[in-house]
Design a protein around this ligand. Sequence first.
Ligand code: AMP
Length: 542
Amino acid sequence: MLGLIQDRPLLISSLIEYSGLNHGDVEIVSRTVEGPIHRTNYRNINLRAKKLAQALTKLGAKLGDRIGTVAWNGYRHMEIYFGVSGMGAVCHTINPRLFPEQIAYIVNHAEDKYLFVDLTFVPLLEALQEQFEKVEGIVIMTDEAHMPETTLKNVICYETLVEAEEGDYDWPQFDEMTASSLCYTSGTTGNPKGVLYANRSTVLHSFCVCANDGLGVSSGDSILAVVPMFHANAWGLPYAAAMSGAKMVLPGAAMDGASLYELMEAEKVTLSAGVPTIWMMLLGYVKENKLKFSTMDRTVIGGSAAPRSMIETFINDYGVNVIHAWGMTETSPIGTTGNLLKKHADLPEDEKIDIRIKQGRLVYGVELKITGDNGEELPRDGVAFGDIKVRGPWITKGYFKGEGGEVLDDDGWFTTGDVGTIDPDGYMQITDRSKDVIKSGGEWISSIDVENEALGCPGIVEAAVIAVPHPKWDERPLVIAVKEKGHPVSRDDVIKHLENSLAKWQLPDDVVFVDELPHTATGKLLKTKLRDEFKDYKLPTT
Ligand code: AMP
């Protein structure tokens, strides 16, 4: 027997329609590429998203067509998020930091019909346009006054396109499983693969982001989304903000400490989200200028492991709570979030940090397990570690156009490529990416553990740990680190510091200093490049 409850589809358009009607005057504040701060609100975003849907329909875009964006976080990007998905087309966010040939590849693979581009990236598309196979036109996200001289063909001005419509439009109703957005993972090998989200998965994921034990997004928040809208839908924040009527603050191209801090203070930001590299810059700026955060309540750190020292600084020096979250493009992306439990309230601060450096707890909607070499499930004791597998209504079941083949096992689990532990309270801790683990004499050394500890050494700003071949032990760890400017920290200082927390066999065999470390297009350490650069490195122990 089926229940007698209305079967309304979970559509992305319902999010913006809700906030347009019920939080109409809540602001969306953007630092624009053209320069000034721009202010709009949910009523206008909903109206202009509808106008955009009308305009795209006139341009021939239909249900399921892919519409690409190459853009920073800004209000027009938000209008495209809702306008494109709302009309039943697919918003394909493109990471402009990818290699140009990868961008051409994914535009063609996605068969993007139109591309929306910020002024910054017009030259990038000019250089690539001859390679585009299906693109019918390029919309430059500005007004007539700022339209650039360009060699791009079939160019349209965003403001002219949108403002030609009157916005009298009812969001169409369709199957909630209809594809809504597409995001390619920037794998370190092979071609990027597309994760295709659905309206339903996006709405369910938004409930999780808004839940108290998720990221707790509510109408009381002012959210600074530093995580780019081209990286796993800015961790779902634009949708969750619309679901709750939270104020959104979008930083555009200015990611430096001074610009972010200025926005945080001016817009009374309560919640921010980004990768550790961004927070490192921000904290550096705040410390150097002896500043404080006056409204920031919590910050979400994810994408890479949040170092212990960073969590301590936010909490102890600035009174900002840290939510350490883990996820992947393939998981929409929230998989686990790092909230403490009631029973942790009276723990000594140090032990609370021990919990916070884990990648967070399971939230309802995501199932997680760890398996050993033969696929057997390992105990949830916080000690046994194995391959992390995940399952749930916002987890991918296959890449766009079947790239990469079958990705689920017979029971529907997706293998994440991460290795870690789960404890009895459901806290997951990543010990490594499976390909980054250092296998030394039959034991595994977690490169993330060593990196975290190295970052706690005075004078070290960033550190990567990789495996270097060793004749006796197979592999041994090498630390490659960046020093604080002018700091005298030496190889021996780092090793001495690590002796405090690591077992002897886990200590790196050497420490090398470099001016900077390579990163992927989403800000993660690019260890494949380091492994390649240091493959012939002679450790002093060989
Ligand atoms: P992406 O799809 O680009 O977001 O990358 C996902 C990968 O980033 C995961 O599989 C992890 O390896 C890594 N990652 C994400 N969040 C964390 C975290 N909090 N700690 C450690 N690694 C993380």
